[in-house]
Design a protein around this ligand. Structure first.
Ligand code: ATP
Ligand code: MG
Length: 158
């Protein structure tokens, strides 16, 4: 596969709850080449977990479908696309509001999109009713090692 990016990967898996952990661990492993901090990896894992859980619980509900994962690494950022061919979202702006949930009786708190938004640098949600939903998230990894090396260099040259 030729890629215009520094690195890229694609994965397709069934909307089974066992695959939520699989997806979050896989993305964390792919992101590790950017040398993230433990906190940055934890943020990415949580955001992926929320997006994949939404596909399993909302998009496909009692049925089973395919969840697609597409990750891109460019410079020191990771872009993560998670998409489904499920039921879609009628109004994305309402769905993104904190505490909004269409399933209050399933003990959902309606905080998934809010968590994705706060743990990642960018979030976009595209959805078409009865066709599916695509969530795109981006996070820039602040090269901790480089910052440390720069500081060390400054110390030795001062
Ligand atoms: N992939 C999806 N397909 C269809 N509907 C979705 C999808 N993702 C989210 N939604 C809709 O957007 C709403 C808000 O999602 P959000 O993740 O913020 O909250 P939640 O899943 O209801 O609760 P929580 O994530 O806190 O358990 C959902 O209740 C659902 O109606
Ligand atoms: Mg959710």
């Amino acid at each position: 596969m030729l890629s215009k990016y520094d690195n890229e990967m694609r994965l397709e898996f069934l909307s089974k709850s066992a695959n939520e952990a699989f997806a979050r661990i896989t993305v964390a492993a792919f992101a590790s080449q950017l040398d993230p901090t433990i906190d940055e990896i934890a943020d990415i894992k949580t955001a992926v977990s929320e997006a994949v859980t939404n596909c399993i619980i909302h998009a496909y509900e009692d049925t089973q479908g395919i969840i697609k994962l597409h990750c891109i690494i460019q410079d020191n950022s990771i872009i993560i696309e998670i998409s489904d061919n499920g039921k879609g979202i009628e109004d994305v702006n309402i769905a993104k509001e904190p505490l909004y949930t269409s399933k209050p009786n399933l003990e959902r708190s309606g905080m998934g999109f809010t968590i994705m938004e706060s743990f990642m640098d960018k979030l976009s949600v595209e959805s078409v009713l009865n066709l599916g939903t695509k969530v795109t998230m981006e996070k820039t990894i602040k090269k901790a090692k480089n910052i440390l090396e720069e500081q060390e260099n400054k110390c030795t040259t001062a």
